[in-house]
Ligand binder design. Structure first.
Ligand code: ZN
Length: 505
């Protein structure tokens, strides 16, 4: 290997180690750390992350990247080496544009704003957070100003913010796709919610925690989540985290009177985790051993959670096993009743509790508000009214207070306005697009799912999505895996097929 590339790889590996060590500390923070550790832990995390930042933005990294330009041009585009140079250069140039004075100011504002939100939310005290949201909005605009793009008439102030999670997916493209999706979804939601809701009382009996966890994790393993390289722990808010390709962990939360909570969050996080476990071994200890974007990552959790684990085929195999695990709860519940219960659609207020049909309306509403706030067309003080009006119109539910409305999600209050939400709905759209492509390559997948076999589907995802890690941009991965651009057709067809049958639409 070219000596300068060896040198660069060693330096980037140290940055990677620091970031992964910080991830272990965060995981511990969310799972087992006693409250007394909080203050010191925040300092330890701060130290590791600022060291990683310093080492990554050092001049010598810039020089090495410059010196390696010619060598990179001689390599095949999809080789590990060329991809590492390309991705490292993109990240380096991005980080170098943002002054460290700005990062410090933003971090401090986010922390203070978060504390205000935590106290104000239970009281629905939006007034208390207005000045903070205004500061966050200014900072979001300021961040964007480091990435001017004067020549491009489609340039949007949100582009640089979206780029943080979903690289090079523009506000204009997402707005167009979401506009189409909203038009298609509204009549489907109206048709479903004008009917009596499905009976999901079978899910709301008592289910002992240990047995819930055992059943869910057993299913996750059967889908392909490898416990030799993973584990599951409990948290308040389920997440997936990874420290290496050999150590990809999930967390879940259990509600003893709602069976669906732990089960579907386990499958969701296992979907993220299989992506993390599936990166090519050759990418280990590099920044390429990552998912490519929040949208593509979410597509992997949603594919397993919704397209697989909420399908009729899936439960034809697993429902008898569930009945054996919980005989007194499910003995007298038919497969059909159970299948309808896990696919119940109803207007709701809270995004994270929403079903797979109405969920996107929650997300797209937030995305559109972000653009309008950044454009200066929606003032922070007018946000609560705009919120209530839109969710009433689109979802058919009106928040009784602001804590169940505009104050429910942490994203804006502790992060940024712009780029915070689109990944969730991009994930849903892509889950169907990828599943469709897998089915075109292997038409027997549904039949295999009915037999509890997942290796063909897992293998297709492994090859097309997991293995390349973040070597390619999201639009490149979508094109390579499906031969198409991002589009809503497979997702809408999936919803129409499934819910058309369930609700006789
Ligand atoms: Zn997720």
């Amino acid at each position: 290997m070219y000596p300068k590339l060896v040198e660069l790889k060693q330096k980037l590996a140290i940055v990677h180690d620091l970031n992964m060590a910080a991830a272990v500390l965060s995981w511990d923070n969310e799972t087992y750390m006693p409250p007394g550790g909080a203050e010191a832990r925040a300092q330890q995390l701060g130290t590791l992350l600022s060291l990683a930042h310093e080492k990554f933005t050092a001049d010598e990294i810039g020089h090495l990247l410059d010196d390696l330009r010619e060598y990179e041009a001689s390599l095949p585009y999809d080789s590990d080496e060329a991809s590492l140079l390309r991705v490292a250069r993109r990240e380096y140039e991005k980080k170098m544009r943002v002054p460290s004075e700005f990062v410090a100011r933003q971090t401090e504002t986010q922390a203070l704003s978060y504390n205000t939100w935590v106290k104000a939310r239970p009281q629905s005290d939006f007034h208390a957070v207005i000045p903070w949201l205004e500061k966050i909005l200014d900072l979001s605009r300021e961040y964007s100003s480091f990435f001017p793009n004067g020549s491009d008439e489609n340039h949007h102030v949100a582009d640089a913010l979206i780029d943080l999670g979903d690289p090079q997916m523009s506000a204009a493209d997402i707005r167009r796709v979401f506009g189409e999706l909203r038009e298609q979804l509204r009549p489907i939601v109206r048709a479903i919610t004008s009917q009596p809701p499905a009976d999901d009382s079978c899910l709301r009996q008592f289910f002992p925690e240990a047995e819930q966890l055992k059943f869910a994790l057993g299913v996750a393993q059967q889908l392909g989540y490898d416990l030799q390289r993973g584990r599951q722990d409990k948290t308040a808010h389920p997440f997936m985290t990874h420290f290496s390709i050999g150590d990809v962990r999930i967390t879940t939360r259990v509600k003893e009177y709602d069976w669906s909570e732990a089960f579907f969050s386990t499958i969701h996080e296992a979907g993220h985790a299989m992506y993390g476990q599936g990166h090519s071994r050759s990418l280990e200890r590099t920044m390429l051993a990552e998912g490519t974007s929040s949208g593509v990552h979410e597509s992997q959790s949603r594919l397993w959670e919704n397209l697989v684990a909420r399908s009729k085929n899936f439960w034809e195999h697993f429902y008898p096993k569930l009945q054996t695990a919980f005989p007194s709860q499910f003995e007298n519940v038919s497969l059909d009743t159970f299948y309808r219960a896990v696919n119940k659609v109803e207007p709701s207020l809270i995004r994270t509790d929403a079903d797979e049909v109405t969920y996107n309306l929650h997300v797209m509403m937030r995305f559109e508000f972000e653009l309008q706030m950044l454009e200066g067309k929606l003032a922070i003080r007018d946000l609560p009214d705009a919120w209530d009006e839109t969710i009433t119109r689109d979802v058919g539910a009106t928040p009784p207070n602001l804590s169940q409305g505009v104050m429910q999600d942490v994203h804006w209050y502790a992060g940024q306005i712009g780029g915070a939400f689109q990944g969730y709905t991009l994930g849903n759209i892509l889950s169907a697009q990828f599943f469709d492509a897998a089915l075109r390559a292997h038409p027997t997948i549904p039949e295999q799912i009915r037999r509890g076999e997942f290796s063909t589907l897992h293998g297709w995802l492994q090859h097309n999505i997991y293995a390349p890690g973040s070597k390619f941009l999201p639009n490149e991965i979508i094109h390579r895996a499906t031969g198409e651009e991002l589009n809503i057709k497979p997702y809408i067809a999936y919803l129409r097929r499934k819910y058309g049958e369930l609700y006789e639409l």
